[in-house]
Design a protein. Structure first.
Length: 395
């Protein structure tokens, strides 16, 4: 395939070829007319290609954001999470087309079902992947992490079946109305102008409008997107709903959205550590958030959720791989950086409750990028890791 350059894409003229991503998935059909420079910039930033003579013909789903080979259910959940986040990024771009040339609603529901299945297969890997992702834009990471938490917590609040799928769809698309504004909002810093603040306060309504334009008609999905910034005490927006006016899905969506926004870095603010974000939500459990749902979130994530990076009193840096399997047991953790601060090619199983390996601080993900591939291998080679854990535990 040949990579497309800036000079190849001409505004307001039909595409002379179909555009594909680096994996060969169809993004835009031949003859499609691009009318916005922003769309061109987005395509070029992602990387787009055209097929040439000799390229292998691989089967692709019409529209391409969720081809069958992108999310392989036999793959480790950590790898599936990467694929799902990429699919979400494509869906965001497609949602801005008027109209989108794929069945947008079906693709989002397919992604939601993949996410629900991953949450059932290996919740620790899903939590780790969504907490550690720094490859995608803020909006994609924040939406995906919130959707992961929603999928994992829905059973605890009595939401199951197709209603659960609709809730995860809402979690995946709740901030579509902010996607076109992200660059401007990031450049504005911590202080937004009155007009920017007004746009932010209206984004849930605009998200619903975007979804409807793309053919979404499911009432619960649209309701939850429109209400995900409402709060139990009536301090939310846009309708200032409160108390019994908010159903369990609305409350859960708002809680998961808030947590994800706190722990994912944004140009205008530094991320909070998971434990600090949970503490803030706990303090607001009787006002803005549902107290029982906050307790369920605490139980799900624990003090150190999978993917959390920790500084030990030895000077080493460790990562949490899995939550405790019983209340009296420690989480499964591995040392990534030795006492000299060098990444370890073979992470070492450790016990962070032992006196010689106690946690002294949490470490931002951004400070451990030199070990990103080493970190991923902990989840992408689960059989090898399990064997090492068993040997270490036996010794």
């Amino acid at each position: 395939m040949r990579r497309i350059r800036q000079t190849d894409l001409v505004l307001n003229e039909p595409l002379p070829w179909a555009l594909h991503d680096e994996h060969g998935n169809l993004l835009l059909r031949q003859g499609y007319v691009i009318t916005m420079q922003r769309h061109v910039d987005s395509l070029l930033a992602r990387g787009v290609f055209v097929r040439e003579a000799g390229d292998d013909d691989e089967p692709m789903v019409d529209g391409g954001p969720l081809p069958a080979k992108t999310v392989q259910l036999k793959d480790p959940v950590f790898a599936r999470a990467d694929s799902m986040a990429l699919s979400l990024k494509r869906l965001f771009a497609l949602a801005l087309q008027d109209p989108c040339r794929v069945d947008f609603s079906t693709h989002v529901q397919t992604l939601a079902n993949h996410l629900i299945e991953a949450a059932q297969d290996d919740p620790d890997s899903l939590l780790a992947a969504s907490h550690l992702d720094r490859q995608n834009p803020y909006r994609v990471i924040q939406q995906f992490l919130g959707a992961c938490l929603t999928a994992l917590l829905a059973p605890a609040v009595g939401i199951a079946g197709q209603e659960k799928v609709m809730l995860v769809c809402a979690a995946l698309t709740r901030d579509l109305g902010l996607w076109p504004m992200d660059e401007a909002l990031a450049g504005a810093g911590k202080t937004l102008s009155d007009s920017q603040r007004a746009l932010v306060n209206e984004h849930s309504v605009r998200s619903v409008a975007l979804l409807q334009r793309q053919g979404v008609t499911e009432s619960l999905w649209l309701q939850w997107v429109s209400q995900h910034h409402e709060r139990c005490d009536g301090t939310g927006y846009p309708a200032k709903l409160a108390g019994d006016q908010l159903d369990a899905g609305t409350r859960l969506l708002g809680l998961c959205d808030s947590y994800a926004a706190m722990v994912i870095p944004y140009p205008a603010r530094k991320p909070q550590f998971p434990a600090n974000a949970l503490r803030q939500l706990f303090l607001e459990r009787e006002t803005r958030y549902d107290a029982l749902q906050v307790a369920a979130l605490f139980k799900l994530l624990t003090k150190y959720p999978p993917g959390a990076l920790l500084k030990l009193n030895t000077g080493e840096i460790a990562v949490i791989k899995a939550r405790p399997t019983a209340p009296e047991l420690p989480p499964t953790s591995f040392v990534l950086y030795d006492v000299q601060g060098m990444p370890m090619l073979q992470p070492k199983l450790c016990h962070i409750v032992n006196p010689e390996q106690q946690v002294t601080a949490m470490v931002p993900v951004e400070e451990c990028r030199s070990a990103s591939l080493i970190i991923k291998r902990l989840w992408l080679k689960p059989e090898a890791s399990k064997e090492k854990e068993t040997v270490a535990a036996a010794s």
